[in-house]
Design a binder for this molecule. Structure first.
Ligand code: TXA
Ligand code: MG
Length: 346
């Protein structure tokens, strides 16, 4: 059980908040930091014991590797054994920002950061508080999303507090995360660049910089039995609220008909903005139907809100999987454990 005292650091009111965070990290502690995507649960990426505390605090399976966060491009040479030209091109185009690049790893990176893989995932966040904290530390920070393993990633201070109070040394309050979904993950460690996890940097953008990029089948499909995973994170139950979620394909009318035929105690809807009043059950919005960025920002908070409102069974509208929508669908389909139903009337 965790009985740690968790210090809340508020840079808005406390000039020393970042220094305090860096001091805790330098002494081998774990601190939750805000990033532009989601909050991260950070520790010194070169300190195996500190990293171990991340796994404990999250209840994270040992076979799921962590992303290493750096604050300057040259820091990449401290963790990656090889930095190919296309990695430099992607970093030039999208760093600092929501893109993680998987590269062959250096021995300096402890085994538990990469979960035993010969590769390391690297990202330079654009969030000022994150980068400044890394700079003050003088070492990169290993940080997964700061949720209890399996639950939706935290995109607001209250989400972090609910999950991590008494499990970490400190939480740095940075308000709401601007993007709301985790970074795009691309592997450059294999023969062709491969998209492992979609995010706000889209496939179109990646291809415009480095040409061909293949899409790992786990991006939109459940894992087939016995298939080897490129990104171990994809094989675990993920992003799921306590409620049982199903995605309903089709129009708003189909959705209304489907829910009307399935009303029961604890049934709620996850819909697009403006649809709430048209539904026969309580509903929470996940952003505007025509704006995947608003969906990305709203999705994880909406899943947590449904739990807070006591939902047991949630029917969700199906976003369009175009561009940033691919990331929204990737997370929502996992939250639904791939229960995707046809809402058509016949
Ligand atoms: O936006 C983000 O990426 C956030 C913020 C905090 O930076 N972090 C994040 O970390 O989402 P996490 O641990 O929740 O997700 C990391 C993903 C997992 O799916 C993991 O399997 C994959 O990246 N990953 C990490 N290292 C890898 C590696 N060496 N090879 C393949 N996949 C890797
Ligand atoms: Mg995560």
């Amino acid at each position: 059980m965790f009985i740690m005292f968790t210090e809340i650091l508020r840079p808005d009111y406390d000039d020393k908040a970042l220094e305090t965070a860096a001091l805790i990290l330098k002494s081998g502690g774990v601190v939750v930091i805000p990033t532009e995507t989601v909050y991260g649960l950070a520790a010194n990426a070169f300190d195996e014991k500190a990293v171990e505390k991340i796994f404990k605090a999250k209840g994270r399976p040992q076979d799921n590797p962590l992303i290493v966060h750096i604050c300057e491009f040259d820091d990449i040479y401290g963790v990656a054994g090889e930095v190919p030209e296309n990695a430099r091109a992607l970093a030039g185009a999208f760093w600092p920002g929501p893109l993680t690049i998987v590269l062959p790893k250096k021995d300096t990176v402890p085994e538990n950061v990469s979960a035993g893989l010969p590769t390391v995932a690297v990202r330079m966040p654009s969030h000022k508080l994150a980068r400044e904290t890394i700079r003050l530390c003088g070492f990169p920070l290993a940080a997964p999303s700061a949720n209890i393993s399996g639950f939706p990633s935290p995109t607001a201070f209250t989400h972090v507090f609910d999950d991590m109070n008494s499990r970490v040394d400190a939480i740095l309050d940075g308000g709401e995360c601007q993007l709301g979904l985790e970074s795009t993950v691309i592997s450059l460690a294999g023969e062709t660049p491969r998209l492992l996890r979609p995010g706000s940097v889209t496939l179109t953008q990646l291809r415009s910089v480095i040409g061909a990029v293949t899409v790992d089948s786990a991006v939109l499909n459940p894992l087939a039995e016995g298939v080897q995973v490129a990104s171990p994170g994809m094989k675990h139950r993920h992003y799921a609220p306590l409620a049982d979620v199903a995605v309903i394909k089709g129009s708003l009318d189909d959705f209304i008909v489907y829910i009307s035929a399935n009303i029961a105690d604890g049934v709620m809807a996850l819909c697009f903005e403006g649809e709430e009043d048209k539904l026969p059950v309580g509903a929470v919005s996940m952003g505007r139907e025509d704006d995947p960025f608003s969906q990305a920002r709203a999705l994880f908070g909406a899943l947590r809100e449904l739990d807070a409102r006591g939902a047991k069974r949630v029917y969700a509208r199906c976003p369009s999987p175009e561009e940033v929508g691919l990331a929204v669908c990737n997370r929502l389909f996992r939250a639904a454990e791939f229960e995707i139903l046809e809402g058509t009337r016949d």
